[in-house]
Write a protein that binds this ligand. Structure first.
Ligand SMILES: [Zn+2]
Ligand SMILES: [Zn+2]
Length: 797
C-alpha cells in the first residue's frame, strides 16, 4: 500500500530521496485554487518535461490533477517548483499528494478533462491586464495581431466579465459567437504556445472588432483619438462597461462632461499610457508604481505634484489634492492612448469615468448604453464582444507601503478570500445600501462580489439580483442562510427577508425560500470584515467609524467602540449623540449638523460667535434647531461622519455637499500633517458605557478659529484630538477587559490622516492593530463581515 502525504503549498517535507519504490516513484497531486484558465497545465507540462518526468495533467472539477513518475529527487524538485514557480495568475490554495503505483510511463501529456457540467468548483479568475508579451505583439508591425484591440493569452485578458457559465470553456463565454480561424486554433491546441487553451483567443481574422460610425476596419481607434483631440466626449465600450472619455487637459471638454453627466465635484478617474506620464503630474512611490502597473490595474489615488497643478484641467478634480490614475488594461486602451499621443503632444491623459448619468450603474449593454449615454456623449466607439457581467474599475491607494483598497471590483473580483473557519452552511450575505456588494460564503471561501453601486434604484437592484444568480451558478453554491443588515428600510434587507419567506421571485435558478435569515448589526459587520480581511477571529476592541448604520437601540450609530468577536459584540462606547435635523437632508447639508453641534456646545450664545459660518447660517438655523430640540424628524446619532461634517461646516469649508463624504474629505485635505497639538476631547463613563465628547471637540475647534488659528492647524488639531480620544477609550476598554488588539473599520477610516494618527497612538500604547488591506473599510466590505458573522453564529447554534 503506497504511503500518503498532505503538502502545505508553501512548505512541505520532501519525500524520502531513497523512496519506497527504489529507482522510480509515481505521485498523484491535486492542486486547488485559481488554477484553470491561467496557463497552469502548460506550465506543469513544461516543468515535467524539464525534469524528464512521465505522467499527465488535466483539469478536474476540484482543480488540477497531476500524476508524475520518475526519480525521487526529480519528483521533489517538481513538487517544489509546482508552487514556487507557478504562473503569475495562479492562486494556489492547497496542494495534496499521495503515492500511486508506478506504470513505467516516460512521456508527459496534457489530457482531456473527465466529465463536465455539474460538480465543477473551479474558480473563475478576475480579468487580467494585458501582459508584456501581448503588448509587444500589438505594437509589432510584423506580428499578425499588430494593432489588434482584443489580443490576449493565457497570462492576460478578460475572464470574469465574459464568463457566462461553467466550466470555463469558450462556449461558456461571450466569445462563443466567434469561431476560431485556423491560425488561432493551431495556437489554442499547442501545449507549447502561450495561447494553449486561452478561451478568449482571437485575432483580426476571427475575433471581435471596434466600430465607430463612418470609419473602416482598423480605423476606429485612430479616428477616436482625433475626435478626443478636438474636444469630443466619447462613450467607449471597454472591458466591464462603458466609459465616458475626453481629453483631460481640455478644460472645455472636461467641464462639458461634468455638466452633461450631472456630476458637480466628484473627481474623474484618469488614464495615461505609462508610469512616466503619471510621475510628471503626481507623486508616485515605488509601491504606488507597482499598484499602477500590476496586473489588476486599479485606479490609484495619488497626491498631485507641487507645481504640476495645471497639468490637467481644473475641473478634473476640483479642490482635491489627489488624482485617481490608472494605466491601460486592455489592448484597446493601449492602442487608444498610443493613437492619442500620435495625434498631438506625447504624454496624453484621458478622463476615463464610468459611463453613467449621476448615480445610475455603469452602462454595459449596447442598446441601453446608446439610450442612456446619448445625451452625454458626442460619439460612440463600441465593439461586438458582449459584456456578460458589468464590472467597474477598482480604486485603491497605498498606506504605509501596503495596499488599502477603496473599491474592490475589476481585477480583484471574484477572487475568493479564504476565511479562518469554514462555513458550516452556504451563506448569502446581502450587504448594506451604499457602495453595495454581496458575498457568498462556502467551505473556507468567501466570494465577495464586484462593486454593484448604491442600491437606491431598480437598475442597481436588478444588477444585484442578477449578480447573485450568476455567482450561485458559477461557484455552484446553494445558500441555506441569508445574512442581512438590521436597517428595515434598506432594499437589500427587505429583499433578503422576502426571499427567506418565499414572498418574492427568487434570482434565476436559485432557491432561497426557507433560508435562515440572520440579521447582523452594521458596525459589527464592519469589525467582522476587518477581522476576516486579516484572517483572525478576535475578540478585539473594534473602532467602527462611518456615516450611518442602524443600531440595536433604534438610534443611528456611526462612531462605535465595540468589544467584538465574529459571533457577537457589546457596545463599550460611542460618540456623544446629537440630533440630525432633517435626517437625510442633514447629510446633504452639513451646515445643519454644524448648527446643532454649535448649539450643543455654546447654547444660545452660538449666534453671537464671531465666525463666518455663524454669519452665513445663523439667520436660517432657527427652524433647524427647533426640529432638533423637539426631536421632530431629527433622529439621534453617534455618527463619526456627521461629526466630521459639522467640523468642516463650522470651519467654513462647506455647507452643502455634492457627494457623500465630501466635507470630511476636504477637512482632511486642508489639515497640516505636521501639526502636533490636539484639541481636548473628554471621554466619560456613563453607566459603564464610554461616551466620547465630540461636542467638546467642536467647542475647542470653534474657540481656536475665533481666536484666529489658521485653518490647516485647526483641522489637524481636530483630527489629533479625536484620535487621542479614541486611543484613550481603547486604553480604558483594555483595562476593563484585558483585550490588547484593536480592529479599525468603517468609511471614516478612508481618512488616512485619522487612520495614521489612530494607528500611531494605539501602537505607541502597545496595542496590536488590524486595519483593512484586501477589502474596503467602507460599506463595500460589509457583506464579507455579514457572511463571517453568520458563519460564526451558526457554529454556536
Ligand atoms: Zn498576454
Ligand atoms: Zn483568429
Amino acid at each position: 500500500m503506497p504511503g500518503s502525504s498532505s503538502l502545505d503549498p508553501l512548505s512541505f517535507s520532501p519525500l524520502d530521496p531513497r523512496g519506497p519504490y527504489g529507482e522510480s516513484v509515481r505521485v498523484r497531486v491535486l492542486v486547488q485554487g485559481i488554477v484553470q484558465g491561467v496557463g497552469f497545465r502548460p506550465f506543469v507540462y513544461g516543468l515535467a518535461n524539464r525534469l524528464a518526468l512521465g505522467g499527465f495533467v488535466r483539469n478536474d472539477p476540484g482543480g488540477v490533477t497531476i500524476e508524475v513518475e520518475g526519480a525521487p529527487p526529480a519528483i521533489d524538485a517538481f513538487l517544489r517548483d509546482l508552487v514556487e514557480a507557478a504562473p503569475p495568475l495562479a492562486r494556489i490554495e492547497r496542494v495534496s499528494s499521495e503515492f500511486a503505483t508506478p506504470l513505467g510511463e516516460k512521456a508527459f501529456s496534457i489530457v482531456a478533462s473527465e466529465g463536465s457540467g455539474t460538480g465543477w468548483l473551479a474558480l473563475v479568475s478576475p480579468d487580467v491586464a494585458t501582459c508584456g508579451d501581448c503588448l509587444a505583439e500589438i505594437r509589432d508591425p510584423a506580428a499578425r495581431r499588430y494593432g489588434y484591440p482584443f489580443t490576449n493569452c493565457t497570462n492576460c485578458g478578460p475572464r470574469f466579465t465574459i464568463t457566462t457559465d461553467i466550466p470555463y470553456d469558450r462556449p461558456n463565454t461571450t466569445m462563443a459567437g466567434f469561431p476560431m480561424c485556423e491560425a488561432c486554433r493551431a495556437e489554442y491546441r499547442d501545449p507549447g504556445d502561450r495561447r494553449f487553451h486561452a478561451q478568449p483567443i482571437a485575432c483580426p481574422a476571427c475575433g471581435p472588432a471596434v466600430a465607430l460610425a463612418g470609419t473602416g476596419p482598423g480605423e476606429a481607434l485612430g479616428a477616436c483619438a482625433d475626435l478626443l483631440r478636438s474636444g469630443s466626449i466619447v462613450a467607449l465600450k471597454g472591458l466591464g462597461g462603458y466609459h465616458l472619455v475626453c481629453d483631460a487637459r481640455n478644460e472645455k471638454a472636461v467641464g462639458e462632461l461634468r455638466a452633461r453627466k450631472v456630476r458637480e465635484d466628484k473627481p474623474f478617474a484618469l488614464m495615461a499610457s505609462d508610469v512616466g506620464v503619471v510621475q510628471q503630474i503626481c507623486e508616485v512611490s515605488d509601491h504606488e508604481a507597482a499598484l499602477l502597473s500590476g496586473y489588476r490595474r486599479p485606479v490609484v489615488l495619488l497626491r498631485r505634484r507641487a507645481g504640476a497643478e495645471g497639468a490637467v484641467a481644473a475641473s478634473v478634480a476640483p479642490g482635491n489634492r489627489f488624482l485617481g490614475f490608472m494605466l491601460p488594461y486592455t489592448p484597446l486602451h493601449h492602442l487608444l492612448l498610443d493613437a492619442f499621443d500620435a495625434s498631438g503632444p506625447a504624454g496624453g491623459v484621458l478622463v476615463m469615468t464610468s459611463g453613467n448619468r449621476s448615480d445610475e450603474p455603469i452602462a454595459y449593454v449596447d442598446d441601453d448604453a446608446r439610450q442612456r449615454l446619448d445625451p452625454i456623449a458626442d460619439v460612440f466607439v463600441t465593439h461586438n464582444r458582449p459584456i456578460h457581467i458589468r464590472c467597474d474599475d477598482s480604486v485603491t491607494r497605498s498606506f504605509r507601503g501596503e495596499e488599502y483598497l477603496m473599491r474592490r471590483s475589476r481585477g480583484y473580483a471574484p477572487e475568493p478570500l479564504l476565511v479562518t473557519e469554514a462555513f458550516g452552511s452556504p451563506v448569502l450575505a446581502t450587504g448594506a445600501e451604499l457602495k453595495h456588494t454581496f458575498c457568498l460564503g462556502s467551505g473556507t471561501r468567501a466570494f465577495l462580489s464586484h462593486h454593484i453601486g448604491d442600491l437606491e434604484n431598480w437598475e442597481t437592484m436588478r444588477s444585484f439580483i442578477e449578480g447573485v444568480a450568476h455567482f450561485c451558478n458559477v461557484f455552484q453554491i446553494r445558500p441555506r442562510v441569508i445574512a442581512h443588515d438590521l436597517h428595515p428600510d434598506y432594499l437589500a434587507t427587505k429583499w433578503a427577508l422576502d426571499q427567506a419567506a418565499g414572498d418574492a421571485a427568487p434570482p434565476a435558478g436559485v432557491e432561497l425560500e426557507g433560508c435562515e435569515p440572520i440579521g447582523v448589526q452594521h458596525h459589527h459587520a464592519h469589525i467582522a470584515a476587518c477581522l476576516a480581511d486579516n484572517q483572525v477571529a478576535g475578540p478585539v476592541i473594534g473602532l467602527a467609524l462611518d456615516g450611518t448604520g442602524w443600531g440595536t437601540d433604534g438610534t443611528i450609530w456611526g462612531g462605535e467602540v465595540l468589544v467584538a468577536d465574529l459571533a457577537g459584540f457589546r457596545r463599550a462606547g460611542h460618540l456623544r449623540r446629537v440630533a440630525l435635523p432633517g435626517g437625510a437632508a442633514a447629510i446633504r447639508e452639513p451646515w445643519r449638523t454644524g448648527a446643532t453641534y454649535l448649539r450643543e456646545a455654546f447654547g444660545t450664545e452660538a449666534a453671537d460667535l464671531s465666525l463666518p459660518f455663524v454669519r452665513d447660517h445663523a439667520g436660517r438655523w432657527g427652524p433647524v434647531l427647533e426640529m432638533a430640540a423637539k426631536g421632530i424628524n431629527a433622529p439621534l446619532t453617534s455618527s463619526a461622519g456627521r461629526l466630521f461634517d459639522a467640523a468642516a461646516a463650522v470651519a467654513g469649508l462647506r455647507g452643502r455637499v455634492n457627494y457623500e463624504g465630501q466635507a470630511a474629505i476636504e477637512l482632511e485635505q486642508v489639515a497640516d500633517p505636521d501639526e502636533p497639538s490636539a484639541y481636548p476631547c473628554p471621554v466619560e463613563d456613563r453607566d459603564g458605557v464610554l461616551v466620547i465628547d465630540g461636542v467638546g471637540l467642536i467647542r475647542a475647534l470653534v474657540e481656536d478659529l475665533v481666536s484666529g488659528a489658521p485653518l490647516p492647524s485647526a483641522a489637524a488639531r481636530f483630527h489629533n484630538g479625536l484620535a487621542s480620544a479614541l486611543v484613550e477609550t481603547c486604553g480604558r476598554v483594555r483595562a476593563a477587559t484585558g483585550l490588547g488588539e484593536v480592529a479599525l473599520s468603517g468609511g471614516t477610516f478612508q481618512n488616512l490622516l485619522l487612520l495614521e494618527r489612530v494607528m500611531y497612538g494605539l501602537e505607541s500604547a502597545g496595542f496590536g492593530v488590524y486595519r483593512h488591506r484586501r477589502v474596503p473599510a467602507n460599506d463595500g466590505g460589509i457583506s464579507l463581515g455579514q457572511a463571517v458573522v453568520a458563519g460564526a453564529v451558526l457554529r454556536l447554534a
